[in-house]
Each structure stands twice: as C-alpha cells, then as structure tokens.
Design a protein around this ligand. Structure first.
Ligand SMILES: Nc1nc2c(ncn2[C@@H]2O[C@H](COP(=O)(O)OP(=O)(O)OP(=O)(O)O)[C@@H](O)[C@H]2O)c(=O)[nH]1
Length: 687
C-alpha cells in the first residue's frame, strides 16, 4: 500500500531550488583551539575561478582580525529599495571588486543565482567578507521580497548589526515594517540609509518622518542632504560639520571632497548644520546619562566645543542600546554617500563581543563565503560568520555547542525554564542562539511516490528540503495504513478503552489553531494522570484532519466526559481510541471551512489606481484605506489567499510594471456557504 505524504508548503519559497544546496550558515563564536592556526590561503585562492584571485584583495589579511574590529552586518529593506546596488558599491569601494556591478545589467556579485539575475531581485541571502579601514566586515544581503521572509529571518539571527535601506521617495514601506519587527525580535542595532536621494520625489524630511511615525524609532540625523532629487550632489556630516561632495567628473564615485563648513563659503548651510548638531547633542544626551553628564559639566555653554569623538562614542552606545537609530542618506546608483555609510557601520554598529552571546563551538570543516564561491579555511576567530558543509543532523534554527555535556546542560536548563514559564531573564535563551520563527503554513498539498520502490527516495528528498527550509512541514497521512481497534487482544494482553467526548466551537482571535482540552470532574484523577498525554495526542491527531477537507481543525474545545481503561492497555491504543472518537464527534458537528485571509499593501502610480482597484474587487478584496505617498497611491486591505495566486504577474501587466505589493497572513475567515459548497464539490470531483 502506498503512503500518502502530506506537505504543508509555505508560499514563502516559491523557488525551491534555492534551498537545495546543503549549506547551513552558522555563527562561529568559538575559540576553535583544537584546529590548526592560520595557514596561508594562496593555493585555495588561485584555484577558484573568476572573482577570487583576480578581483579581490588578498585573502591573507582577512583570516584572524581582532574581534573588536569585526562587524557582522546585514542589509535589509523593502524590495527594490536598493540593497543590492548599495552592496555592489560597498564591495567596489572596499576593493573587493574592481568594477561596479549593476542589478539592471544583471552582473552583481550578491545576486548570483540565475533567477536573481533574470528577475533583478534578491532571493537567497548572499554573504561576502571585505575590509574597510582596518575593520573586517562580514556582510549579508537579504531578500526584500515578502515571499522570502524566512530567508531574512535566518540571516538576522547571525547578525550583530544591520543597515536598513529605504527608498527616500517612498519612506517606510510594508516589507520594511516586517523586517524591522524581525530585527527588533533579535535585538539587532541598526543604521538607516535613505537611498535614492537622486530620484524624482525623494524627500529626506518625509522619509525621516515615516521612520519616526511608522517604525516608532527615534532617528538621529547624522547627515543632511545637499540638494534633493535632480539637484542631489552630496551630504553634510552633522557630527563633524563638514560637507562631502562627489565629483561629477568621477563616474565611479571613488573620489569625493570633504571640507569643513565655513561661514564665508556656506553661511546658510553652516547655520542649518549647527542647529542640527545641537539638536543631535540634546537628543543623545536625553538617551545616554554618561553623555548627558559630560555635556552638562563641560560643554553646556557652547556645544561647538564638544569633540566629535565624544559625540560619536555616545551615538555608538545609543545605537547599541537601540534607543535610537542613526540616519544617513545618499544615492547608491549615482555613487554618492556609500563611503560615509561604511564609516558609520564601523563606528556605530557593534563588534561581536559587544553583543550578549556566550557560545563555544567546535566544527571540523569551515568555509568562508564569497557570494557563490567558498574558500576552505583552517580556523576562524570568535565573532566571524562562516559556512559548514555536510552536517547530517542539524537544521536551520539549531545552535551547535562544543560538547554533548554542554548540550545536555543547555537542554536541562531549557527544561527547567520551561517549568518556570514566567521567570524573566531566561538563562537558556541567552545560551542558545535565537531560533528561527517559522511562519504557519498556508498552502497544503498531498504527494505520493509513483511506486512503492520510490518511497525511500521521496522521504529522503523531503527530509533534505525540510532541513533547508523549516517552513515546509511534512506529515504522514494517518488515513493510509492505520487500523485502530478499541477492544483488542494482542498476545495474552487485552487492550480495552472506552471514551466519551464532546466537541464544541470556541471564539479566539488567534491565527494559530487553538484546541482546548477539558476533563469532566467525574473522571478518575489517577487514571487521567497516567493517560493524559496519550489522550491529548489522540485529540491532536484527530484535529489535524478535519472531516470536510482533511485540513486542520481550529478553535474547538474537546471535553472528555468519561474514560475507562482496562489494566495493561497500551498508550497507543488509548490515543487511537480517543482520536477515532473525536473524529466521529467532529463529523456530527456543524462545521465551516476557513480560508487564509491576507493583509495586502499595493503601492501603485496614481494613473494605475483604478485598474488595480477594479481587479481587487473581482478578487473579493476588502479595501481598508488608500494613502497618498509622494506620486504613488498605497492601497491597504485584505484579500483571500485563494484569490491572489499569480497576482504579481497580473499586477505587472495592469500597471506596466510600476506597482509593488506585500502580502502577510492576517487571519482565517469563514467562507460563505456558496463558495464553501463550490469548493467541497470541486474537491469531491462533483464539478
Ligand atoms: N534612482 C535610483 N535608483 C536606484 C538607486 N539604487 C538602486 N536603484 C534602482 O532600484 C532598482 C532596485 O535596486 P536593487 O539594488 O536591486 O534593490 P534591492 O533592494 O536589492 O531589491 P531586491 O533584491 O529585489 O530586494 C534598480 O533598478 C536600481 O537600479 C538609487 O540610489 N537611485
């Protein structure tokens, strides 16, 4: 008999091939004492084709930098804000590449997959390592597209800091909110970079306001733009009171001039900058007591005398404490503002030792990532990011520890913490690297192998996919091959269980399935104690497969009214009996099919608003609000997931490619009876 395997697949990975390479990224916070120390890398470098060997700086210098000089950062943003372009400029100015890659030409370093280069979007996170003014920077370019939320999540957990890139003409967009919340969850200090200052409609003020209002963050304006949109030509360094102008004759933006602002040359700009610097000093003093004391004691009469380094150190502390975010601006495409951004990364974002992790790890084979190329290295100091290959029992989200005993100790602590649920400052949490939050599945499908002989291959393939992508959930369909008996004699043992259950609906506002268990008082306490786990397993298993479509049941309370168990009955039999009984109860109950309802945000040029609205109306869309954002309209509302399949293609056609959208699971809503009937008939093959 064939076994059906039910796959709970997420929308988040529409291009599964991305996850097939079997490489997991871990943060190595190890002293790795048992590995040999530094070995020259010349042989490895020259053996790699293309990029490495020809186009990057010597790898000798990048093996063991002092930990205080390491920055592990990510670049995060809404789709198309310019992460990849910014990354390309960073790599170019740091000497990692010798020519400027361009997303529009499809020749960037970090978008190395064929699909990425074809589509001009980032799908898989790419890691690159480069040096900047004596600092080692490990940089991860994460995807901005809502389809790849999990990929972003698994990058964030290994980062010490992040650069959030914004389109200065759009400000905070839907996906920025999602990644910002993820970064909040992982306590990642951030710097904001307002990109696209050259674009028509770019507004520094508007973008800063949207950071304040939508992200509820306190922006620290470390720069002011010189010009906006077509007139954008440089920035003012507020901390240093200097202007930075990029030479129009230099196409690659490598050369720029940095000059102090002088009263005789730039009276207006100097006045504006002095005001901005004073406001910045006051703002930082409000957030940092040490700095406040310094300002009050020594510089309260004249802020101009306050040395820039003192202000920079305080900004570093405030950034680390995440009480405010430094804001810089520029135009990656026009090669302006990237070098000061790199300075800010090294100056304000933390080194690994400034973050609160405590690990020890030992790994036998290490690789340094250079986008799609990997260099095998013998050792690595604490705080770096590296790759390991060939791990058999490790999945995304795991933490590797140095020995079995420390793993057991961590597990014991986690267990104890589990018992003391409300205790603050969870020790196990501090010890273990934060796991990945796996989004709930919204797409379900059933697959089976073409023949029984192929079943092991299918199971192996699914296991590999699940290790790479934990949002893919696989479940064996219990309908196939399971026989349950309530009164059965096996050998000389009789297994006999009698249960009586009741199922009733409950009201919840949770997106996650809620199943409540209740036990009648008449049930023998001793009997319940020994069988409770088996009973609840049985209930869970029944609720995984609803009677209408075989989909999971939610928002139901199951009450056990009576229970008798013959001595010697196995727990498997108890679970099977309860499961069957609950399934029968659910069959009799009134039921409704729930469908996933998505939050939708579409950003569209004014001229195309009408066709987008008309199309959403046909998709059972429910529009909540239409906002104006510069020249664009932003449509915010809900739409059933079933209606939004293939939407990106339709939207592109409707708006000549000018619109973007973001989707996120909102809740599950009851289908109307007519739609439900159509669905049930279709499933049973009647239509
Ligand atoms: N005007 C202007 N356009 C820019 C700038 N930076 C990037 N772009 C353009 O914006 C588009 C998106 O740039 P990307 O660098 O691919 O953006 P991304 O954030 O990496 O996008 P995803 O990888 O899809 O998340 C491209 O057409 C770039 O040429 C900028 O500073 N100014």
């Amino acid at each position: 008999m064939l076994t059906n395997l039910r796959i709970f697949a997420m929308s988040h990975q529409t291009i599964p091939s991305v996850y097939i390479n079997n490489i997991c990224c871990y943060k190595i916070r190890a002293s790795l004492k048992r590995l040999k120390p530094h070995v020259p890398l010349g042989r490895n470098c020259s053996s790699l084709p293309g990029l490495i060997g020809n186009d990057i700086k010597s790898l000798h210098s990048i093996i063991n930098p002092p930990i205080a000089k390491i920055r592990n950062i990510g670049i995060m943003a809404h789709i198309d804000a310019g992460k990849t372009t910014t990354t390309e400029r960073i790599l170019y100015y740091s000497g990692y590449t010798r020519s400027l890659g361009d997303v529009d030409d499809g020749d960037t370093v970090t978008d190395f997959m064929a699909q990425e280069r074809e589509r001009g979007i980032t799908i898989q996170s790419a890691a690159v390592t480069f040096d900047w003014k004596g600092y080692r920077v490990n940089l991860i370019d994460t995807p901005g597209h809502v389809d790849f939320t999990l990929e972003v999540e698994r990058c964030l957990r290994v980062l010490d800091g992040a650069v959030a890139v914004f389109d200065a003409s759009a400000g905070v967009e839907a996906q920025t909110l999602t990644v910002w919340r993820q970064a909040d969850k992982h306590n990642i200090p951030r710097i904001c970079f307002l990109n696209k200052m050259d674009k028509t409609g770019a507004s520094f003020k508007y973008a800063v306001e949207s950071i304040r209002e939508k992200l509820k963050a306190k922006p620290l304006l470390l720069q002011l733009p010189i010009g906006e949109a077509k007139t954008f030509k440089g920035v003012v360094d507020v901390v240093m009171k200097e202007k930075l102008l990029w030479n129009c004759n230099s196409n690659d933006g490598k050369d720029f001039e940095r000059k102090p602002l002088l009263e005789m040359n730039d009276p207006e700009l100097l006045k504006e900058t002095t005001e901005a610097r004073n406001a910045l000093i006051e703002q930082v003093a409000d957030l940092d007591d040490e700095f406040a004391d310094l300002v009050l004691e020594e510089f309260s009469e004249n802020f101009d005398l306050l040395p820039a380094e003192k202000l920079q150190t305080a900004i570093h502390r405030v950034t680390l404490a995440q009480t405010a975010v430094p804001v810089l601006c520029g135009s990656a495409l026009k090669n302006k503002g990237i070098q000061p951004l790199l300075d800010a990364v090294t100056m304000y974002l933390p080194s690994p030792e400034e973050r609160n992790y405590e690990f020890l790890e030992r790994i036998s084979r290490l690789l340094l990532p250079f986008a799609d190329q990997h260099v095998e290295i013998p050792s690595l100091t604490a705080g770096n990011i590296a790759l390991t290959v060939g791990l058999k029992h490790t999945a995304t989200g795991d933490t590797i520890v140095s020995s079995k005993s420390s793993a057991l100790a961590a597990a014991r602590r986690a267990e104890r913490e589990g018992e003391k649920k409300h205790r603050q400052n969870n020790e196990a949490e501090r010890l273990l690297l934060a796991g990945v939050e796996i989004p709930e599945p919204v797409f379900f499908c059933t697959i089976e192998p073409p023949s029984l002989s192929k079943q092991p291959d299918l199971e192996h393939a699914l296991k590999c996919l699940q290790r790479e992508d934990p949002s893919l959930k696989v479940r064996l369909d219990p309908d196939s091959g399971q026989v349950d008996t309530l009164d059965r004699t096996l050998g000389d043992k009789r297994h006999l269980v009698t249960v009586e259950v009741e199922a009733r609906p409950i009201e919840t506002s949770s997106v996650m399935p809620v199943i409540e268990f209740e036990y009648a008082e008449s049930i023998n306490e001793g009997l319940l104690k020994v069988s409770q786990e088996a009973i609840e397993n049985g209930i869970h298993s029944a609720c995984l497969q609803g009677p209408l479509l075989g989909s999971p049941i939610q928002d139901v309370a199951i009450t056990l009214h009576s229970l008798t168990i013959h001595p010697g009955t196995s727990t498997t039999m108890i679970s099977a009996c309860v499961s069957r009984c609950v399934q029968k109860a659910l069959k009799k109950a009134d039921k409704q099919v729930l469908e996933p309802l998505m939050n939708l945000e579409v950003t569209v040029a004014r001229d195309y608003l009408s066709p987008v609205l008309a199309d959403l109306a046909q998709r059972r869309g429910n529009i909540q609000e239409i906002q104006t954002r510069q020249d664009n309209k932003v449509v915010i509302g809900f739409v059933p997931l079933a209606e939004i399949m293939g939407y990106s293609t339709v939207l592109r056609t409707l708006t000549s490619g000018s619109a973007t959208f973001a989707l996120e699971l909102s809740t599950y809503q009851a289908m109307n009876p007519q739609d439900q009937n159509t669905l049930l008939n279709r499933r049973s093959g009647l239509t």
